[in-house]
Design a protein around this ligand. Structure first.
Ligand SMILES: O=P(O)(O)OC[C@H]1O[C@@H](O)[C@H](O)[C@@H](O)[C@@H]1O
Length: 287
């Protein structure tokens, strides 16, 4: 169903043969993108004449309430395991919730801007109430502008990441530039602290949290990918490798086709927001 000439509504049954989720499709002279209203998750983005930016698992489920494997899920209000209560879902709650399309516009330069919103009332899963506004810019690059407001009556801690799954030819040949000299927590070794010398490569399982990371990374693969961020101090690099991937139903043998380089604020960079305080961050991805 066309909403504007650049924006239409469809669903995962029509697009992927697996019913369950409502989707938005943006098609302009600059790009084509698919966005799921669950999680405000960009599933596909291809700039005209360029290689697809994102990987979407060919075996993901589109079941409402389940995480979709691929694209750019937003993990929030906590990243990874909940450190106070590991029985809570991994990566917070917004990625499996329905967001509202609050606005859409096409700028004079042809960039489409979508604004998606989610309000959390505060509950047993996460006590503080909050508002999330995510502006997604779709042009010859893909941009995210996040505004997070703590609407609770007291201060609260938030950790989060835009968990990008980038499409690559072969993860074993990928090199990530822009993390050289950075200290990281190695999740594969009980979060032991280490330091990266040179580029990040992916021979086997990699699961690393770089705090106070730089604002620009280049993912070297045929058709390199550039990530530029503003106020995203944490970078997470992840690929499960063959062995672990074999135990993950929606990855399996497909692990070679993606690399995750995630941007947000987690661990020591988590946001402490006072009552009523808003924090902002930006991420720009291009290929
Ligand atoms: O399977 P999920 O919940 O989407 O998480 C995927 C991965 O996400 C990464 O960000 C984490 O560092 C990994 O530890 C985790 O396995």
């Amino acid at each position: 169903m066309a909403v504007h000439d650049y924006l239409s509504r469809t669903d995962s049954g029509t697009l992927y043969g697996k019913p369950g989720l409502d989707l938005l499709v943006v098609e302009t002279g600059l790009c084509r993108a698919v966005i799921s209203l669950q999680g405000a998750q960009v599933l596909e983005f291809t700039a005209t004449g360029r290689a697809p930016l994102l990987w979407l698992s060919p075996v993901t489920s589109f079941e409402p309430g389940a995480a979709v494997r691929g694209g750019v899920p937003l993990c929030l209000p906590w990243f990874g395991e909940n450190r106070k209560d590991p029985s809570k879902p991994k990566h917070g709650l917004v990625r499996t919730q329905l967001w509202e399309l609050a606005g859409s516009d096409v700028r004079a330069d042809g960039v489409v801007e979508l604004e998606l919103r989610f309000q959390h009332p505060g509950d047993a899963l996460f006590a503080a109430s909050f508002d999330c506004a995510l502006k997604i810019g779709l042009g010859d690059s893909l941009t995210f502008d996040l505004a997070l407001t703590n609407t609770a009556e007291s201060a609260a801690e938030y950790s989060w990441a835009l968990h990008s799954y980038f499409a690559v030819d072969d993860v074993n040949a990928v090199e990530v530039d822009g993390l050289d000299g950075g200290e990281f927590l190695d999740k594969t070794r009980g979060f032991a602290r280490d330091r990266l010398e040179g580029v990040q490569t992916f021979a086997g399982e990699v699961d690393r949290v770089f705090e106070q990371a730089g604002a620009r990374q280049v993912i070297h693969t045929p058709n390199p990918i550039v990530a530029e961020s503003d106020n995203c101090h944490t970078v997470i690099t992840w690929n499960p490798g063959a062995e672990l991937a074999a135990t993950i139903g929606d990855i399996g043998a497909h692990y070679r086709g993606f690399v995750c380089v995630e941007h947000g604020n987690a661990f020591a960079d988590s946001w402490q927001l006072e009552a009523g305080e808003t924090a902002n961050a930006r991420l720009k991805l291009s290929r």
